[in-house]
Design a protein around this ligand. Structure first.
Ligand code: NAP
Ligand code: F7E
Length: 363
């Protein structure tokens, strides 16, 4: 059987997402799948994978989503558009599965978003984190090298690579100093992406993304833990919220904005690496104040510091310089810190009102 057609996204489609004139959006109803650009997304069940898949569908892509085998299927975040994508089984630990997927589906673009992404777990499971988050990148890149070197590749790198920061704000040229097994694994993924670009001339880009949030964020991450906790307290479902280091500062953006930057990187003439950030930094304490204030609550009456949430080594301050992404990708964040917090609080209030004590990853 002949492999399915691969097609690069049209220039018109690329212009459209930047709000430029002369564009016609290619919806499923307008074009047969044979003419659609095809993208493979690893980590499609995660926060970013679900937003990226929705974004690519809007751009007229055929989306192949890689999921790993689990005894309980968790498609909460992709449920609303599950019937519009092709789901394939694969695992970053299994090289053969990656090669088979590329051979069978022949994507034009691969977005590698799958990872063990929770920093505290990386201290408990450092070797497994290295396997998924570090070596997993090489497995995907090598599958591309073997199957088709024209496939464009995006690697989900992280501001955690800056760790104990050597410069403020952090930019593409800032030296790295990771502070967790997760950060170290991501740094490996970042350099192997550059190495495959330079060694095999792959169109491979590394997006150094700072923290980005949404109602689809896992509940274990501090932003969603705070907005969900505040909403529970507001609704009388609890009284205390236990947190760790309130002094840590992060550059928090809006996840849907960040997946647009991933796509833009792969539409350029040349592969490169970009910092994606808002350029603003706020402490965990400020995030708490913003969320509780919005609900008319006094955060200091409810937030309790529990040292069990401290990390063996902390990243104290992150703030990115998105200047290069602005100049070259014409990317900029669409909403403010305050709006991010409020959208997350609103979503938690709505889902808790609907479901009681549970907050599914929707919205
Ligand atoms: P997430 O919600 O934790 O999603 C991670 C995804 O990876 C899930 O779909 C998970 O599948 C999948 N996965 C984990 N191990 C896998 C394996 N061995 N094989 C195949 N799939 C596997 O993460 P996210 O927030 O969307 O982040 C997406 C990527 O960007 C990650 O690489 C993360 O490290 C990176 N990043 C995130 C941020 C941020 O602020 N969100 C910032 C910088 C970089 P299951 O559903 O089966 O668990
Ligand atoms: O922690 C502090 C904690 O877990 C943020 C991942 O997407 O972004 C994320 O990593 C800060 C840290 O995110 C609690 O000590 C206080 O300083 O929300 P987080 P993260 O570690 O920054 C980067 C860019 C990624 O790449 C990662 O994949 O908040 N903090 N109290 C707490 N953190 C948590 N989780 N829980 C607390 O109770």
């Amino acid at each position: 059987m002949a492999p399915p057609t691969r097609r690069r996204p049209s220039f018109a489609t690329a212009r459209a997402s930047r709000g430029l004139p002369g564009f016609r959006r290619a919806y499923h109803t307008e074009e047969s799948t044979a003419n659609m650009p095809r993208a493979l997304v690893t980590g499609i069940t995660g926060q970013d994978g679900s937003y990226l898949a929705e974004f690519l569908l809007q751009q007229g892509y055929e989306v192949i989503g890689m999921v790993r085998r689990t005894s309980t299927i968790n498609f909460d975040r992709i449920r609303t558009f599950q019937d519009r994508i092709t789901i394939v089984q694969g695992d970053l630990l299994d090289q053969v599965s990656l090669i088979n997927i590329l051979q069978q589906h022949r994507p034009a673009e691969v977005y590698n978003l799958a990872a063990q992404s929770f920093v505290p777990v990386s201290f408990d499971q450092p070797v497994l984190t290295g396997e998924f988050t570090g070596l997993g990148v090489t497995r995907v890149l090598d599958a591309i090298r073997i199957v088709d070197r024209s496939i464009r590749f995006y690697q989900a790198s992280s501001s955690e690579m800056f760790g104990k920061v050597q410069e403020v704000p952090q930019r593409e040229t800032t030296p790295f100093y990771p502070r967790s097994p997760y950060g170290v694994a991501k740094l490996y993924g970042h350099w192997i992406t550059i190495n495959y670009r330079e060694s095999y001339n792959l169109f491979a880009c590394s997006g150094i993304l700072f923290n980005h949030e949404s109602a689809r964020r896992g509940l274990e991450f501090v932003t969603h833990k705070i907005t969900h906790g505040a909403a529970r307290i507001k609704l009388g479902l609890g009284d205390a919220l236990y947190l760790g280091n309130l002094d840590a500062r992060r550059d928090w953006g809006w996840a849907p904005d960040y997946v647009r930057a991933m796509w833009l990187m792969l539409q350029q003439e040349h592969p490169d690496d970009y910092v994606v950030a808002t350029g603003e930094t706020h402490s965990v304490r400020e995030f708490c104040r913003e969320a509780f204030d919005y609900l008319g609550l006094d955060w200091e009456r409810h937030v309790v510091v529990d040292p069990k949430f401290y990390r063996p080594a902390e990243v104290d301050l992150l703030v990115g310089d998105p200047g290069k992404a602005g100049r070259i990708l014409h990317w900029e964040p669409s909403i403010s810190f305050r709006e991010v917090v409020r959208l997350m609080v609103d979503a938690d209030m709505a889902s808790l009102r609907q479901t009681g004590n549970h907050s599914p990853h929707v919205g």
